[in-house]
Structure formats: structure tokens, C-alpha cells
Design a binder for this molecule. Sequence first.
Ligand SMILES: [Zn+2]
Length: 265
Amino acid sequence: MLIDAHAHLNLYGEDLDQALLEIEDLSIFTVTNSMDPDSYGKNLEIAGRSDLVLATFGVHPWNAPLYVDRLEELNDPALTSPALGEIGLDRRFVEDESQYPAQEAVFEFLLAAARDRNQLVTLHTSGAEETVLGLLDLYGIERAIVHWYSGPVETFRELVERGTYFTFGPEVAVSEHIRALAREVPVGLLLTETDNPGGPKWLTGEPGRPHLIRDVVGALAEIRETSPGEIERTVEENFRRLVLGDPRLANACTAFTIGDDRADS
Ligand SMILES: [Zn+2]
């Protein structure tokens, strides 16, 4: 089974039906991350349509200023979500420094929630990699996925050392820096993502379609000098470990727990 551990299916709009068909046809287990409570509601609806889709709640750092004075509204979705994502900090795409305190307040609120319930977190770290690492340590977060990492190699190595998983996405085909990280990441921490539909659009101008995950797997196979099938098996095994080691996630991911042929294919 292919694994797209980081997408935003709620952003597909009228192309959603087509995207879900593709996900079913190609058997791509997809984690649809949220950027605020509204998108989580939409993602839950989408996840209700396919056992290959898992919805997670998060507040993206870009939206933090909207929620910093309404943190209590985040309690319910954070409590019910099987994992938290997308959460984190952004000091690269957000240049307005006046937003950074709000980003940190919202991120720390959600890290505290994750710590209290031992939830897996999916992290956005752009330009704030070291600060995010420090906060993971401060809050004692043990299980984390860093999405689309493109920061310094030293911080990457520290994150590897603490057992952080990494989702590599479409930029692995074009960025020498990311290719070097994809070569170095330990086999047991490797995951794949598309960040569909917006991430690929940022790269190529075209919204990403689910089948893009096959290109990511192909690029990783070339970089790591192995076969696409081997990458697919490795990533599925890694993701399965994360899911099955977490009762809340195992409950939400029936594709991995109920006698489903796709789970073994
Ligand atoms: Zn994202």
C-alpha cells in the first residue's frame, strides 16, 4: 500500500471526487491534515467516505494569529482527533515577525495537548527548525513526523537522533539539499507525502493529484539505489508501526487493523 502521510484533501474543491477515486484505485492510504477547526470538519467528512483516509486536527502556523485569543475553541477538536497535524512554526514564508508570538502560543498549546494524551504530531518547521526541536524536547513529545523538511542538516540529524519520522515529498525530485537528506535518513524513519493539492502547486504551478505519490516513491528509490517496491514496503511498514503502536490511531485506521486485503497488498 502506498502511504501519503501528508495531504490536505479539503482543499480539492470540485476535484475531490476524482481525487478520492484515485486514492481508492491506487490504494493510497492518505492522512488529510487540517489547518483550523473548519478544515478539520471538512476533512472528517471526507474521511467518512473512505477507509483509506485519516483526518487529523491542527492549526497551521499561518492561521495562528486568528486563534491565539480563542485557544479554548481548540480543545474539543484536539481532544477527539487521533493525532495532531498540521502544527508548528513558520519563519520562512511568514516574514511578519509580529505573528511569531501567536504562532508559538498556539503551537505550545497544541503540544501540551499532545503531551497530555500522548498523541502523534505532524510538524511544519519552515525556517524555525531549531526552535521546533527545542519545543519538542521541552514538551517531551516522543512521536513526531516532520513534513517537507528543508532546514539545516545539523538540526535534521538531531531530529533523527530523537527518532523523528520524516515525510519526503515532490521536492525530493528537484532539490539537491532534500535529496541529500533523503539519502541520509535512516530506513526506519522514512515516510512519503504529496502535500496535495497546494504543495505541488507551489512547486509546479499545477495542483497535485494523488498519483503524484508514485513519483515521490520513484525518486526515493533512485536516490536510495533501491526499487520503488522496496520503498513502498518500507514506508508502509514504518507507517504501520506508528499506527499500531497507538491505540487511538489504530482505532481510526481500520485499513490497517481490520482484515482488509489492501492492507497486505
Ligand atoms: Zn501541509
